[in-house]
Write a protein that binds this ligand. Sequence first.
Ligand code: SP5
Ligand code: ZN
Length: 345
Amino acid sequence: MPITVAGNAHRQHAPSEVYVGGELVPPLETPERVDALLRGVRLVGWPIHGPREFPVAAVEAVHDRELIEHLRSGWNDAQDAGWPPQVTPDVFPHQGIVCDGLRGSGEFRRKMGELCFDCSSPLTAGTWIAAKEAADVSLTAAECLLIGRERVAYALCRPPGHHAGPRVYGGYCYLNNAAVAAHRLASEQRPVAILDIDIHHGNGTQAVFYDDPDVLTVSVHEHPEFGYPYYTGYPSERGNGPGIDHNLNVTLGRGCVDDVYGAALEAALARIESFASSCLVVSLGLDGLAEDPTSEARLTPRAYAAAGAALRDLNRPTLVIQEGGYAQARVPEALARFLAAIEGL
Ligand code: SP5
Ligand code: ZN
């Protein structure tokens, strides 16, 4: 039977409010999400293990040391500098103002603006502990695949990770759990394929592997003309240098329904099938559900069952990493149907 890895330290990251469109609102990315996801796991009965702690070197393989240091100690620096208990940048080094290289009125101020790309992802007292645990959850699940004991493992990561790039965080994401695990898997058995089916573009994962022909990145998401994060995710983004044509963006129109989603997923899977990877990492967001407030998609749990079944048919060792999904009433059923289908039930 496949296994689940989940931790508890994520609860220490629980912002009380975040900015959306300039307004402070209650956050969607909450500890209670994990409770809903665990309800889904219990519906399929997969055993649940705690994470092992890994050296931070595993994270340094995909993230700049300065980003890691900022996540680790930026909140403390901010408190010393008189910032509020939830720290969000309020000035960014926009290309319209930066003139002669990136400088700032002090290191901390420069890092705040440079390393964070949106206003919905505050640093709090427990953010580093939670983000590091999520990376450890994904690495622990990856080890299960490497040992060869499981064909499928589910990493119940929170906070999510796929918007975090080598040197930037945002979109509720701080460390890129999927990229960290994929890098670890690729170091043992190349090549690796990543399929990102969160409804938002996996810009961070794309950026980490953009030049790398050994890690194929494929993302299915709402078109950036209307879908978060708005500035990336176009089909013209195909990779760079040796990594050209090892990144594929498949975009969805407004109000996407199950059948349309299934066809888009087929195109994504065809590319993965043509790439003989030793294993597959799936960034699973459940935020395409009709009830989810962060997308315009109108999917039902049936779409996630179909995705799980299609992945089962690929028949490769598969690491499933939890990304987004905010419609807590619908998440347990969608997750359970995905997991049951990927198991082959
Ligand atoms: C990991 C992940 O799923 N991150 C998503 C971050 C999305 N944040 C901004 C969402 C803006 C939603 N706007 C709501 C408009 C109401 N229809
Ligand atoms: Zn998402």
